[in-house]
Write a protein of this length. Structure first.
Length: 328
């Protein structure tokens, strides 16, 4: 059986589509755990209504603890041999569970991954699938982590779009009160997995909406990602994995410069915060400069050199780049 964990918070507009996409799965042996995280709208009632319609649905209501707290509450109640997370404003294709499960079984993988497509709520942009290779890839957990720290592969970072064997359950607890919570957890889970299977099929629909956590106004809380990447550097250092350590160092420095840019643009009054980020970057660059020379691609090296020489010039270039290649 598969345990599907869906954290729910004020998503009455999207929740029924999410639940219906799960109930339409071709793979039928699952329990659906809906965790109502103190919703102030009709979300809790929608959960209860669907529970009456399908015996596989379990609903839990709790005081608001955030996305991590809701995921953790669902995980504590999960009884399946496998676990998957689906965010309550997203949806999945009918073959989502079937493909993930069959790949896990066929290849003996502890983590099964699929591709995703971005779905734009306002319809102003076409939904698009992530660019993926055409064949299933089998790799070790470490090789999967390489795709995160060296390639910044989005589908490998997220909690969703994956099927985890219950053996990994102790590592699937997310840090409560943090944003970018996936960045604190996923690489640790993958690193100890014996085998990971990656499907190119874009079976997960990732909704882009203006009021989501990631698309809301920039705030200091978004800097949690920097702390997660800093933790990753320490993690690989303690593991004695020099190659992944240097890639993690490069990723940390690149994200620090991006954070400085976003604070400068979206929080111009926080000059103190921008200055602290700049100081942290300079200290990190001095410590890691020699180590990351062969880990950074040409574009990465250029970005680091420009930011070191002139943050203002870096900001101008970053602004132009964001307009052309909007990050989602």
């Amino acid at each position: 059986m598969i345990s599907i964990i869906v954290p729910v918070y004020n998503v009455e507009k999207y929740l029924e589509k999410c639940i219906c996409s799960i109930l339409e799965q071709t793979y039928r042996d699952f329990e659906l755990i809906l965790v109502d995280d103190g919703s102030g709208d009709k979300s809790g009632g929608i959960c209860d209504a669907y529970k009456k319609k399908d015996g596989r649905i379990r609903v839990f209501h709790q005081e608001n603890k955030g996305l991590s707290g809701a995921r953790n509450a669902g995980l504590a109640r999960a009884s399946g041999e496998y676990i998957t997370y689906i965010d309550s404003d997203d949806s999945v294709d009918p073959y989502y569970l079937e493909v993930l499960f069959e790949n896990a079984q066929k290849y003996g993988a502890e983590v099964s991954v699929c591709g995703y497509r971005s779905v734009w709520e306002d319809g102003g942009r076409k939904s698009r699938s992530e660019k993926v290779k055409t064949s299933v890839r089998i790799c070790t957990g470490r090789e999967a982590v390489y795709k995160i720290v060296a390639e910044n592969d989005r589908k490998m970072i997220t909690a969703w779009g994956k099927l985890y064997h219950a053996r990994l359950k102790p590592l699937l607890e997310y840090p409560q009160g943090r944003t970018h919570e996936d960045e604190f957890v996923t690489y640790r889970v993958l690193y100890i997995a014996d085998k990971v299977v990656i499907s190119p099929q874009a079976l997960y629909g990732y909704l882009q909406r203006g009021d989501s956590i990631m698309n809301s106004s920039y705030s200091e809380r978004r800097l949690d990602k920097i702390r997660a990447l800093e933790e990753a550097v320490d993690y690989f250092r303690k593991e004695g994995d020099k190659e992944l350590e240097k890639y993690a160092e490069k990723r940390y420095l690149l994200q620090l410069s991006i954070a400085w840019y976003r604070v400068s643009v979206f929080l111009p009054e926080r000059k103190d915060l921008a200055a602290r980020l700049r100081e942290e970057w300079l200290a990190g660059y001095r410590a890691y400069r020699e180590n990351i020379k062969d880990a950074a691609k040409m574009t990465d090296r250029a970005a680091l050199k420009i930011y070191r020489a002139s943050p203002r010039m870096y900001g101008v270039i970053a602004g132009i780049f964001e307009k052309i290649f909007r990050e989602v």
